[in-house]
Ligand binder design. Structure first.
Ligand SMILES: Cc1ncc(COP(=O)(O)O)c(C=O)c1O
Length: 428
């Protein structure tokens, strides 16, 4: 029954039952963890074939000895493969080291301190630099901004992507806004896929925001579908080409959640001018990326058909974990008015919203019985969720049984916190 329809006596009776259930869980000495979005051991093991795959043949297709220095922009065959993954020609992509987050940091820092179009264009010439952050969002994007002194302005994340009316209004009225974070496919944490209209409007933003505006298009989950019918993503590059805004978008991706997390290959794409400027900038930091790893990845993943088959194996491993979470939420909380959640068709997360004011309390209750959840607020800049309601659930890393146990305990915590709040409201 919906919580609003329960009488005080019914709420009190539920409270007694929930407190008993909670105490019982406490006695179990649980040690469960649903925090970071890491692939599980079986998932990373899918790429064990990387080990030894070169068998002494370190030569790239053009004869490059990958064991030696050089090749800052990446091996041609790696650029071709990951370009295809992003739907781009090899010439528009650069393949780097092991982390796309590093590439993102380097791009923001470069735009801030040196300027993508030369010193005049450096954001740092301004007293205040702001970024638009759709919320809930990815905490590490927010940390990059915070660390580099970029102020964050939030806009709501809708099922279709960021609320574009809000985004357009903001960039029109505040010229200190220089960029925007986007996770366009299976967004972290809601799992939404940006609609075609949203992609087109984002590609058009530089026309409203000015020449130095930059879209940070973090396509971390570009190929991470859980179901064959998962929605596709429109090509931002095509929209940008039509609008003449290609200079104002950087796209990112990596194989962190395709092969090995932290030992994969990261890549970025932008206009030829931007790639040349960035490449020059990076040449002061490195003589070249790990081309041996790039070659291993090309030999292992080979082409998009093989890569898709590989991703299907990932999906087969983690889909049951997602379904276990969603089935429990559905059977225990649907229609109760005690929370809402997303039902992603891909990616790594489920986003759960408690009633306002209960996010931290649910995480606290769970922590006290040995169930670690991502800290409430982590999905908002500065860790501040104004409604104190969003909790990111990451079901990939734990075993299927642990996921099941965790969600069962989570549901008790949600119910307990909600019933207590309701009773307090009634008595206050
Ligand atoms: C949206 C998003 N971008 C980037 C990353 C990290 O990518 P990488 O391992 O390539 O640095 C993550 C990891 O969770 C992520 O969720």
């Amino acid at each position: 029954m919906h919580i609003d329809q329960l009488s005080t006596a019914e709420l009190q009776s539920q409270l007694a039952t929930l407190e008993q259930q909670y105490d019982k869980l406490k006695g179990l000495g649980l040690a469960l963890d649903l925090t970071r979005g890491k692939p599980c051991t079986e998932q990373v093991a899918l790429a064990d074939g990387l080990d030894g795959i070169l068998q002494g043949n370190y030569r790239a297709q053009d004869g490059t000895d990958t064991r030696n220095y050089g090749g800052l922009d990446g091996l041609p065959e790696a650029r071709a493969l990951f370009g295809e993954l992003l739907g781009l020609p090899a010439g528009e992509i650069m393949v780097g080291g092991n982390s796309s987050l590093t590439l993102m940091y380097q791009v923001v820092e470069f735009a801030l301190s040196e300027g993508l179009q030369g010193p005049e264009s450096a954001w740092g010439n301004n007293d205040t630099v702001k970024f638009i952050c759709p919320v809930p969002g990815y905490d590490r994007h927010f940390s990059v901004c915070e660390h580099l002194g970029i102020e964050m302005v939030t806009v709501p994340m809708l099922d279709t992507g960021p609320d574009m009316d809000a985004v357009e209004a903001l960039v029109k009225r505040d010229e200190s806004i220089k960029g925007m974070w986007c996770v366009p496919r299976f967004s972290n944490p809601t799992g939404c896929v940006y609609s075609d209209d949203t992609v087109a409007r984002i590609a058009a933003l530089p026309g409203l925001a000015g020449a130095n505006f930059l879209v940070m298009w973090d396509n971390a989950y570009a190929v991470h579908t859980l179901y064959d019918d998962a929605p596709a993503l429109a090509s931002i590059a095509d929209h940008c080409r039509a609008r003449g805004t290609l200079d104002q978008v950087f796209q990112f991706g990596s194989t962190s959640k395709i092969t090995f997390a932290s030992a994969g290959v990261a890549f970025l794409a932008s206009s030829p001018g931007n790639l040349a400027a960035l490449s020059k900038h990076l040449s002061y930091q490195t003589i070249g990326p790990d081309k041996v790893n790039q070659l291993r990845h090309v030999r292992f993943l080979r082409d998009m058909d093989k890569l898709s088959a590989h991703m299907a194996k990932h999906a087969a491993l983690i889909r049951p974990r997602f379904e276990s979470v969603l089935d429990t939420l559905e059977s225990e909380l649907a229609g109760t008015g005690m929370g809402s959640w997303t039902r992603p068709r891909g990616g790594y997360f489920i986003s759960f919203d408690t009633l306002p004011g209960l996010g931290r309390e649910v995480v606290r209750l769970a922590g006290a019985i040995g169930v670690k959840l991502t800290p409430a607020g982590a999905t908002f800049p500065y860790g501040l969720d104004p409604l104190d309601s969003n909790i990111r659930l990451s079901p990939t890393f734990a075993t299927e049984q642990a996921v099941k146990d965790t969600v069962a305990a989570f549901v008790v915590c949600v119910r307990l916190a909600t019933v207590r709040q309701k009773l307090q409201q009634q008595s206050g």
